[in-house]
Design a protein around this ligand. Sequence first.
Ligand SMILES: N[C@@H](CCC(=O)N[C@@H](CS)C(=O)NCC(=O)O)C(=O)O
Length: 266
Amino acid sequence: MLELYHFWDSPCCFKVRTVLAELELEWTERYVMTVHFDHLQPDYQKLNPHCRVPTLVHDGLAVMQSSVIAEYLNDQFGNGGLTPKSPAGSAAMREWMADEQEYLFPLIVPMSFNTMMKLRVKAYGLEQLVEWSKRHPDQARAKDYLERVSGPADMDAITAAEKKFIWHMERLETRLRKTGGPWICGDDFSLADISIAPLLDRIEYLDRSRLYDNLPAVAGWYRRMKERPAFMKAAPPYEYRMWGPKKPVPAQQVDAAAAGHTFPSD
Ligand SMILES: N[C@@H](CCC(=O)N[C@@H](CS)C(=O)NCC(=O)O)C(=O)O
């Protein structure tokens, strides 16, 4: 049995759901409502000491770190089919997967925090966020979170992250042109494609497609990714997407008691 502890609008979870969908695996959903700090509660911490999503549990074995989960599923159920056969191809795949973890995902964080997470104050009201933050086991961090989420957007952090993100996209453009595509590892569709594409999904929903749109090879590659049935199946359904530039907060304050898994819109 495969259980996935996940949050729909998380690029790391999107990556794992795409692998599950590519391999046509059935999985049981264990939803972690990060807005309510479910991921910091003792039961979840026993499973994932880092208190992050996703975590995969396969017949009682907990596997964490999205890229590790992706490789685990590919080895266990996919006969390694999502890894290029040649050592050079496999090295390129791992290099891009490492880049996603080490550089790209951390650049998504300030962009998301400053343009998406802050909308929660508007949607729920600060009092409600204070109430939920009482569940945070580290109250100093909870206080810091509340200050940051209710303070002004750090535009400099967004600009700096965008600039670095473009640098990585230009590198991807060069790679795709060099191999001729259609995938990051040339003819081999791989875990590298599955790892990077959810970040472009987030960029798109942050209304920042301009960070890759004028790079034709990257834009074409992402278009191909979005046409894959597995990617479509793994993508967050609209109602589970967080509020952001492309999904406005409803005009009326959201009923906190009714706030569950989804982020309602008008
Ligand atoms: N390297 C980890 C990163 C996991 C991660 O940071 N997940 C985010 C969601 S995309 C999370 O759990 N955020 C909650 C928090 O940091 O408190 C992975 O790829 O699994």
